[in-house]
Design a protein around this ligand. Structure first.
Ligand code: DAH
Length: 339
């Protein structure tokens, strides 16, 4: 039996040494050490051995098993290393290969103008607030001193949902909400979507506005003009000329419209500005005291000024485009050309 064990050891070690394949090695392992393996069979036979011989035989069996396990372990290790090496060779990355290039994404022209304008306003001390797009007739019109049947409503062909609920036609709607809840003095801007039943090359049924509102004890038209001039210069460029024209809005008194010199032709006249050298960009004015009173603010103590700017208009001017509709078609060939 002792001899038999040493034979097993010798044969197994030779086979392990000669084998060149991981799968065959596993088979050899089963052949010797598996449940039906040769060494296991001998172990099972131990009970037939005379008790006084058992310790010696046990020691030999252990020695043989340890030797085989050791041999299997080192051979498996060799195969694993070989396999890893082959994998590393075949998956080698050629770091000198030229790259395919990275395509850079960019912001859509609308949010990009909004972001720029918001940054300007925040740097001037404004707080950004938002309001609902589905709005009550009260906040959209009544609180803005535009009662039912007011002729100024005709300018804003509205999408009504019920008699008293509509898609807001102007971010001015948020003025009424904020005037009710904020304590003066405050400075807010309201970026957001607005809706009107208009659709042609310069009007979209959904468009964006940015509203501004300042309420304090001693503010005047002069402050509004200085502030807007500064904002427009930062938005359109240092050399931009600004023009103020009298206008009318129910929520401001006096009201103005603001034009900026056409950035496309620097005010000389071109197609973008229809030869006038200027582009109409926003409405503004001193807040009508009635608007403050409707919201419960003492109009003898406080005054305000406000402005509302069309974002699509601004983006069209900055990008020299005459039709805004492609902005909402998401054709990357068009959007990639935008600044
Ligand atoms: N809400 C006006 C519109 O959509 C724009 C506007 C004009 C807003 C004057 C204002 C303002 O805050 O003071 O046509």
């Amino acid at each position: 039996m002792e001899q038999e064990l040493y034979n097993i050891k010798e044969n197994a070690l030779k086979e392990i040494n000669d084998v060149q394949d991981k799968k065959l090695l596993a088979e050899i392992k089963v052949k010797y050490l598996g449940k039906q393996g040769e060494l296991t069979a001998i172990l099972r036979n131990m009970r037939n051995i005379a008790p006084e011989d058992r310790p010696k035989m046990g020691a030999i069996v252990n020695e043989v098993r340890n030797a085989l396990e050791e041999a299997f372990y080192s051979k498996e290790d060799i195969f694993a290393k070989q396999e890893l090496e082959e994998k590393l060779q075949s998956e080698k990355v050629d770091i000198t290969e030229p790259s395919k290039g990275i395509r850079k994404g960019s912001l859509h022209p609308i949010p990009s103008v909004l972001d720029k304008f918001i940054d300007i306003c925040v740097s001037m001390g404004f707080t950004v607030v938002e309001g609902p797009e589905v709005e009550s007739d009260y906040y959209n019109f009544e609180s803005m001193n535009t009662p039912k049947n007011h002729p100024a409503r005709d300018m804003q062909d509205s999408f009504y949902i019920t008699e008293n609920i509509l898609l807001r036609t102007q971010t001015s709607a948020v003025q009424g909400r904020e005037l009710e809840t904020r304590k003066p003095p405050f400075k807010i801007v309201v970026p957001g979507r607005t809706y009107r039943n208009d659709s042609d090359s310069t009007h979209s049924p959904m468009f964006h506005q940015m509203e501004g509102l300042v309420v304090d004890e001693n503010v005047s038209m002069a402050d509004l003009k200085i502030m807007l001039s500064e904002m427009m210069k930062r938005l359109y460029g240092e050399n931009t000329k600004i023009r103020f024209r009298p206008s009318y809005f129910p929520f401001t008194e006096p009201s103005i419209e603001v034009d900026v010199s056409c950035p496309n032709c620097a005010g000389n006249g071109c197609k973008t500005c229809k030869g006038t050298g200027f582009l109409e960009i926003l409405g503004a004015g001193v807040v009508n005291p009635k608007v403050l009173e409707i919201a419960g603010i003492d109009s003898k103590k406080y005054r305000g000024f406000a402005f509302g700017m069309g974002i699509e208009r601004t983006s069209m001017v900055l990008n020299s485009i005459s039709d805004l509709r492609p902005m909402f078609k998401n054709d990357a060939r068009f959007l990639n050309q935008m600044k």
